[in-house]
Structures are given as C-alpha cells and as structure tokens.
Design a protein around this ligand. Structure first.
Ligand SMILES: NC(=O)c1ccc[n+]([C@@H]2O[C@H](COP(=O)([O-])OP(=O)(O)OC[C@H]3O[C@@H](n4cnc5c(N)ncnc54)[C@H](O)[C@@H]3O)[C@@H](O)[C@H]2O)c1
Length: 322
C-alpha cells in the first residue's frame, strides 16, 4: 500500500494519545473511526477532540468550517467491526502492556482488511513481540508520537524484523503527508530514540535529587532555561558543534574529554528506578514546583497545558511546521 491509498483511519483506544491522534487525522481531513472498550472513554475522547479542534480554531489555524467538517468526520464506536472494517490505517494507542496490545491486535486483525497497516503508538515496547502471533505481522509497525501528537511533529517509525519494508515506508510517508517529522529507525530498539534519551536524563535527575544536590524543580528549571531552549531549535549535536567554535564538535570532544570522562565516572549507572519511594517523592517535588510557578507560566495542570500549547505553536511556526 502507498500512503496516498490511505483514505480512512481508525484510532484504536482513545486515552491521552489516541484522542490526540484522532484530532490530528481529523484536522487533516481524514475520516476517523475512534474505538475504545467503554462508552465513557469514547465520550471523554469526543470532548477532548472537540476541545483540541476549537483551540486550533481560536489560534487561527483552522476555520469554523474545518472544525465542523473534522467533527463530522469522526465516528466513535465500541464495535470493532464498525471501527476497523473499512480503514486502510490503524493507529493503536492502547495501554503500554504486551498482553493488552496483543489482544487488541487480534481484534483489529479479525475485522480490518488484511492489508491495512497497524501502527502502534507504544512508547518503547518491541512491536516484533506485540506482533509475534499476528496473522499478518508484515503490516505491523511502530509509530511512536510525542505528547500531544496533534501538535508535536516527531513520530519514530520502526520496522520490526517481521514487518515488511513496504509497510514501514508507507507509515513513514503517511506521517510526512500529515506534515509530521517522522524518523525511520534502522532497527528496532526498546524505547526508540527519544525515550531512551529522556530516560537517561531522568535517571541522572533522580540521582541528583537523591544525592541532595538539587530539587525536582531545579531539574526542570535547569532544562527549561538552559539546554532545553537550544534543544528545541538545533538539537544537542549541532549545539555541541557551535559550542566548539572554530574547532567544531570534534575539537570540543577532545577539549572536554578529561571532564566528560570524570563526570561519566561519577554519574548514575544503576538499572532500576527506586520505585519504593521515588514516585511519591517526585510527586511531592512537582507539587511544590507547581505552587512556586509564577501565574504567567500556569500553576494548575490545565493552565500549564495552555501555556505549553500557546508557546509550542510559536515554536512550530518558527520550524515551519504549521
Ligand atoms: N502518554 C504519553 O505521553 C505517551 C506518549 C507517547 C506514546 N504513548 C503510548 O501510547 C499508548 C497509550 O498511552 P496513553 O497515555 O494514551 O494511555 P491511556 O491510559 O490514557 O489510554 C489507554 C486507553 O486504552 C483503552 N483500552 C484499554 N484496553 C483496551 C482494549 N482492550 N481495547 C481498546 N482500548 C482499550 C482504555 O480504555 C484507554 O482509553 C501507550 O502505548 C503509551 O506508551 C504515550
């Protein structure tokens, strides 16, 4: 299948990510079947999708007509036959759990056309494992978005060993058509690229807080007002290139070798997060951070989302991604 053959899409599961994907496909003019196992979830998804579309209208990115058309183009259903029988592309965004994703895949395969692509939003499970017992593993790929997928361009596309090159290429081309910034990984990797980087950073953040070097709030501020500003524009690689001045990244790496190796020696190298205490501790740190935030940056989760999305739109304009 080619990306241009895709005329109708299904979103399998409609939590945070599935609803945002549904927004994305609908705002780009695709009819979307939204599927979940409970009517209640579908209703909250409908509210979320309409809220997203109205926000984009308020920001001048969609007309009222486009919003009305997008809303009319979305069908919400708990019936898998209705959801999958006539689509060419399925974006699966079910819970991050092998057993549930395998069960969902079996349901999708029962009702979807045999050549429909099934793309999993998994944050980093192996799609080769999810699709191990599939009838048509060749059409199962990974397509990991970043939250919220209707705004963040990155989609990490993976081709598991049991999938065809054609399916992965079709998924990649489809996201390009949607205006996303897909990356086609050369081989499967748990956590793909961006989540491995995030977790490496988060391990060190955990270590620093546990050693008493800084607070959770300090971690966020160090990124937001430091490297995060650069990373949003040029990435860490080009960032180091520029930090090297005339000697570039090659010279910088030689120059900083003694320091970097000392830091590496001192940094966290444990292999399991301290789950007994850390989730509650970090939540406390985040609650304190939220209370300390200036009103301008938003204090409640809803206010922070608004602040994030308003600013994201400006960054996306700079990147010519709107
Ligand atoms: N939240 C994020 O920031 C994020 C980012 C990128 C990728 N992801 C990935 O996207 C996927 C979904 O994450 P989420 O945060 O949206 O989860 P979520 O918990 O918000 O939503 C999961 C949805 O799956 C539904 N569901 C459960 N069992 C089902 C079944 N058998 N059939 C159909 N639907 C079923 C639930 O009703 C719920 O609506 C996960 O694989 C996750 O790793 C999440």
């Amino acid at each position: 299948m080619k990306a241009t053959d895709i005329k109708k899409v299904a979103c399998a599961a409609t939590g945070v990510i599935g609803s945002s994907w549904a927004t994305n496909f609908a705002m780009k003019g695709y009819p979307v079947n939204v599927y979940d196992i409970s009517e209640e979830k579908l209703e909250s998804s409908r509210i979320f999708v309409e809220k997203n579309l109205n926000y984009l209208k308020e920001k001048g990115l969609l007309t009222q007509q486009q919003v009305d058309d997008a809303i009319a183009n979305v069908v919400y259903t708990t019936d898998p036959e209705v959801a999958f029988h006539d689509v060419q592309y399925i974006q699966e965004s079910g819970p991050e759990n092998y057993e549930i994703k395998k069960k969902m895949l079996a349901v999708m395969e029962e009702y979807a056309p045999a050549d429909a692509i099934i793309a999993s939003s998994t944050s980093g499970l192996k799609v080769s494992e999810i699709a191990k017992d599939a009838k048509h593993p060749e059409r199962c790929v990974g397509a990991h978005p970043y939250n919220p997928p209707h705004m963040i361009p990155l989609v990490e596309v993976t081709r598991p060993e049991n999938a065809s090159e054609e399916s992965a290429q079709c998924a990649y081309d489809f996201y390009k058509l949607l205006g996303k910034e897909p990356i086609l990984l050369k081989k499967e990797a748990l956590g793909f690229i961006a989540n491995r980087l995030q977790i490496a950073l988060w391990r060190e953040a955990t270590e620093l807080v546990h050693r008493g070097v800084c607070t959770v709030e300090d971690i966020d501020r160090s990124i937001v007002f430091g490297p995060g500003l650069r990373w949003a524009l040029i990435g860490p690689g080009i960032g180091f290139q520029l930090s090297g001045g005339p000697v570039g990244i090659e010279g910088l790496l030689h120059h900083l070798e003694p320091s970097w190796n000392l830091w590496l020696d001192d940094m966290a190298d444990w292999h399991a997060f301290p789950y007994e205490t850390w989730p509650a501790d970090v939540q406390k740190g985040i609650d304190e951070e939220k209370a300390n935030r200036d009103e301008y940056y938003g204090q409640t989760d809803d206010e922070i989302i608004r602040y994030r999305d308003d600013a994201l739109l400006q960054l996306l304009k700079i990147h010519k991604k709107l």
